[in-house]
Design a protein around this ligand. Structure first.
Ligand code: ZN
Ligand code: ZN
Length: 355
């Protein structure tokens, strides 16, 4: 598996006409080498693959990695420079998404005769299409998170605070085997629902409110991402109407997922529906994003991305309507693209649930 991944990564050497690519992004490094620690970099050439790390991680790296030579460095830049100079390299590409300006400047100083070529998001794009093992892990992780939410539904009632709900959800997830929560959960009730990223607060839930909960688990290094909007007590006509519009937008986009569709077309399925119902200006964000070793990774599912959906990609579909002072509705599922459509990995039913 790792061999195939390194093979794909090496194609970028030709594309960039570079002797080496230096990877600094730890998620892509994990993907290519198996290393799960928090410090290291990968220098990839057509023949060589050097994984450089400091003394805290050399033992771990020699256990976890395959397909690369582990090198312990004292000075990161010094070690890179030594390897690159020793190979008489002329052009070296680097992972610009994960390189600071300071690091770039240091590299330039250490390698004055080498042309440094920035490589962009396409390097993280190596991870966009998931293999069977990854889909298995993502499926299991999404189920852990969904079941955790379903297990705490009776806590979501008038008098509970958003914090209490977030805490109970995290506890349930970890009890079920999650390594970590995927991010600080969003629990946004009543008017706070208008904040697409309203982290759980001390606000108390009241009857007649909608509550949006955006949550996920980390399982075997992979993230899950799901959003539900629930009604606490009987929803009024406007709440029902706005929920229905978002749900229809979600369903339309989901039904359009298949290999060959463009991301911009998927986004348009949801966005045009919301606009037609008169709420276009209340849906400000893109339709979704890839999910894997990071909670947001390629592909971007938005009107700006004319890229094409491929079998094995895993991404979210998450339309929303956010109305200042009133509140909001978002419905998010994570899906995996199949040969002729998609499977939904996140399992909480998306018909409006009244608690
Ligand atoms: Zn989310
Ligand atoms: Zn998301």
């Amino acid at each position: 598996m790792l061999k195939d991944r390194i093979f794909s990564a090496r194609r970028h050497l030709q594309r960039l006409d570079a002797d080496f690519i230096i990877f600094f992004g730890l998620s892509t490094i994990r993907y290519l080498t198996g290393f799960t620690g928090s410090s290291g970099l990968l220098v990839l050439g057509i023949e060589e693959a050097w994984f450089l790390t400091d003394s805290r991680y050399t033992t771990q790296a020699s256990i976890e990695t395959s397909g690369c030579t582990v090198i312990e460095y004292r000075s990161q830049i010094g070690s890179i420079a030594e390897l690159v100079k020793g190979s008489n390299a002329r052009r070296v590409a680097f992972d610009a998404e994960h390189t600071t300006v300071a690091l770039y400047n240091e590299l330039g100083k250490a390698l004055p005769d080498v042309q440094l070529v920035p490589a962009g998001k396409e390097l993280d794009g190596l991870r966009a299409v998931k293999d069977a093992e990854e889909i298995g892990i993502l499926t299991a992780g999404a189920a852990i998170a969904s079941n955790a939410l379903l297990g705490i539904l009776d806590l979501i009632k008038p008098g509970a605070t958003e914090h209490e709900i977030a805490l109970a959800l995290e506890f349930a997830m970890k009890q079920a085997g999650a390594e970590e929560k995927a991010f600080d959960f969003i629990v946004a009730s009543g008017p706070r629902g208008a904040l697409p990223h309203g982290k759980a607060s001390s606000k108390v839930l009241a009857a007649g409110e909608l509550v949006t909960i955006d949550f996920g688990a980390v399982y075997q290094g992979y993230f899950s991402d799901e959003t539900v909007t629930l009604a606490v007590g009987t929803p009024d006509a406007r709440q029902q109407q706005i929920y229905a519009i978002v749900k229809e937008a979600h369903d339309l986009a989901l039904a359009a997922v298949r290999p060959g569709a463009t991301f911009s077309a998927l986004d348009a399925m949801a966005r045009d529906h919301i606009a037609k119902e008169g709420y276009g200006s209340y849906f400000g964000h893109g339709l979704g994003h890839g999910v894997g070793l990071e909670v947001h990774e390629p592909p971007t599912v938005s009107f700006r991305n004319d890229g094409v959906v491929e079998e094995g990609m895993v991404f979210t579909i998450e339309p929303g309507i956010y109305i200042p002072e009133w509140g909001g509705v978002r419905i998010e599922d994570t899906i995996v693209v199949t040969a002729d459509g998609c499977d939904v990995l996140t399992k909480v039913p998306k018909a409006l649930q009244v608690l």
